[in-house]
Structure formats: structure tokens, C-alpha cells
Design a protein. Sequence first.
Length: 218
Amino acid sequence: LDDYASLNLYTSGLEEEVTALGLKYNLLTQYTSFVAIDNRVRNEDGTFTTVNQALPLPEGVSNYAVGGISGYNMQKSHSQKLMPSRGGSGRTQYCEELSITLNDATAVTDVDEVYELVEKPAEFTGDKDGVEAFLKKNMVYPAGALSEQLEGTVYVKFVIDTDGSISDIEIVSSMDPVFEQEAIRLINLTGKMWDAARQSGKKVKSKMILEIVFELTG
């Protein structure tokens, strides 16, 4: 009937007929609306406030189905505001809203994450004099470098696992390729000789870069 009215095809007694159908079958039309009736007077000062009412969700679907923010706490709060209704006065309409409360995030440590910056770096436990002393004691000077009287420095990056083992050895920089194989061998020797780094009190994987100096003595 509303469509007919918009096309000017059906106008005689239109409002009365649409209103009657709306009231009979509980339909929302341009001539009828529905409000919740409260038995308490809440507009004692006689003023009215108009609010925009969101469309309701399908029957059986909770309001919690609207939106979702991981790690946040969603709580329901009710706000009661007044709005006028056609042919009546001072009836209360309820508008249900969702309020979002931010909770302190709990730090979660990913066991597979490799940290570059940590609260407590990994410590070498294989020699009481430290890792530098250990490397010097176990170094085998490359024959090619020895014959050419070459000296140099190699920077090696690797990952220390939570059990002290090492992996992902990589040469960051080297003054001469002749030193690289021995540098990698030395780093492999330190496996299981590390007390893993700690983040938030837990052991974590971490990256380490060591400087290995090759120099001739005597």
C-alpha cells in the first residue's frame, strides 16, 4: 500500500488502512511505530530527547555478535532516554549499547620468535674466561692465510636457541674469504655452551653477532 501511495495509485483512505494493518499485525509503517512502555514516570521535567535507534538484530542473535576486538572486554550497558511517539506523550524507549573496556594486555612470548633485543642477553658458559678466550684457544689459523701472512676480522651472526644450541650461522662481514670457514667452525664449537637469553623471565631465542679476530703472533 505504501508503494501504491508513492505512485499516487492508491490514496483514498490509505492512512487509515495502513494504520489498521500495522496495528493488527504488529507492522512498522510510516503511520505506526512501537515503543517500550515503562510504568515509571521518567520525564518529570517534561522535556524529551530524541535518539537514533539502531536496527535490531534477528531474533536469537546476541548483541555480542556485532563487531569484535581481540583482547578487549565487551560489556553491555543500558541507557534509557525519552522520545515522543505519535499520538502519545512521555513514553520511554530503551536503547541498548555496547561499551568497550580496554584490559591490560598480557605479554605472550612466541616460542618461535627470534629476538634481537632482549632484557637479558645470552651468556657463554663454555669457558670461565669468556667466549673470546675460548675462540682463541680453539682457533686453527687458516693455512692459506698463514702462508701469505694475512690477518683479518670476521663478524659472524647466529641464533642461540632456548637450550643453548646454535643455528642459522651467517657471515656478516669478512676482510678475506680465507678466514670464513674457520670462523664458522669456531662458532659451531660453542653449541650447547650458552645460557639462553631471557625476555619477561622466560628463555627465548636470540640473535648474536661475534667478532673473531685472526692475528699472527710471534
